[in-house]
Design a protein around this ligand. Sequence first.
Ligand SMILES: [Ca+2]
Ligand SMILES: [Ca+2]
Length: 430
Amino acid sequence: MELFTKTLFLCLALALTNGAPASLRSGRNAALPDRCEGIEFDAITPDEKGTTFFFKGPHLWKGYHGSAQPSNEHFKELDDIHNIGHVDAAFRMHNIDNPDKHDHIYFFLDDKVFSYYNHTLEDGYPKQIQDDFPGVPTHLDSAVECPKGECMADSVLFFKGHDVHLYDITTKTVKTKTWSHLPVCTSALRWLEHYYCFHGHNFTRFNPVSGEVNGTYPKDARNYFMGCADFGHGGGYRPRKCSEVKIDAITTDDAGKTYFFAGPIYMRLDTHRDGLHAFPITRAWKEVTNGVDAVFSYTDKIYLIKDDQVYIYKAAAHYTLIEGYPKTVKEELGVEGRVDAAFVCPDDNTVHIIQGQRILYVDLTATPRAVTQNLPLPLDGIDAALCNAKGIDLFKGPQYYHYESPMILAMGRMAPLPENITSTMMGCQD
Ligand SMILES: [Ca+2]
Ligand SMILES: [Ca+2]
């Protein structure tokens, strides 16, 4: 579980909302702005922990749920020094080569820039924008990080009107383009490798290199970026107490993406830099409309099993259902009956399928596929299973059983003592 613990962080924003009445969640307090009424944000940025902050006037929202709070409780000096009660733009620096700047948050107010880390103003700030970001204009509309791979080099996009100033953080040079087809972005956010321009209470997703917009935009931010009672897009999911967690399936793919599934939603667990977030399963795997029983990853494919059907998706930028699927589990894997859980260990060709108190081995290189081993399992009622470099975890309700290897699992006549799922693992409330 160490890998998990190291790579996963609790999405505070999600956890804070559990059990709160809808009125409180959406911030319906007369004294405070309510983002569910449709707010144009001044700035949006994640912090170093992956919690996204939304700014409006002297207030901010921490995360995707919850009510407004005074900004100066979190970023005291913004108010002290400037006393104007708003920010023009904000972004989180992506600069792996420079740990003194990586993950620091930058705020822009008029002609000044403020750099924060761990919610503390850095020495020497505020500075003139010109001194820190030569060539970048004052009185910005918005800013967003753009790491190398998504932009040509580690960069920041600064928006002012319809102009975008692409600032290369290594060479400290600026290239200016005009994207008149995009609305004026009053705030901007990079989230899960995508780029969002916010305008009014809407947003438009754009390509950070070309500015191109693909798909139907604008969309209402309340349906996607905040938990509003009357809006929803997977936002209906509320993390439970860790003692009440029950997952249906879990898997880590070759690219290191870890997903768990529960009812109609999935959650990615490896994106700690952007927080933990629930989405409908159909967002990524649109043909899987009824939840899953078991999921496993093998080579560049993900196998989702529901009832007697298996859906195989090829993983690239998006998941694509392979032609001819779904097929029956019997036809694809040579296994009959409902599958409780399944896993493939890294660099292995065997899928281990758990059914009640049995564990079945199926060689994924054989044609046709057939069960090669059928062993007893000293456990029953397993919900989900995961194998990674640290070993195997078998999940049952809010607990899991850890085995060092498939061999030990196969030999084990006695179950190990269960351990409790924690907030750092699953974004639940301890
Ligand atoms: Ca702004
Ligand atoms: Ca299951």
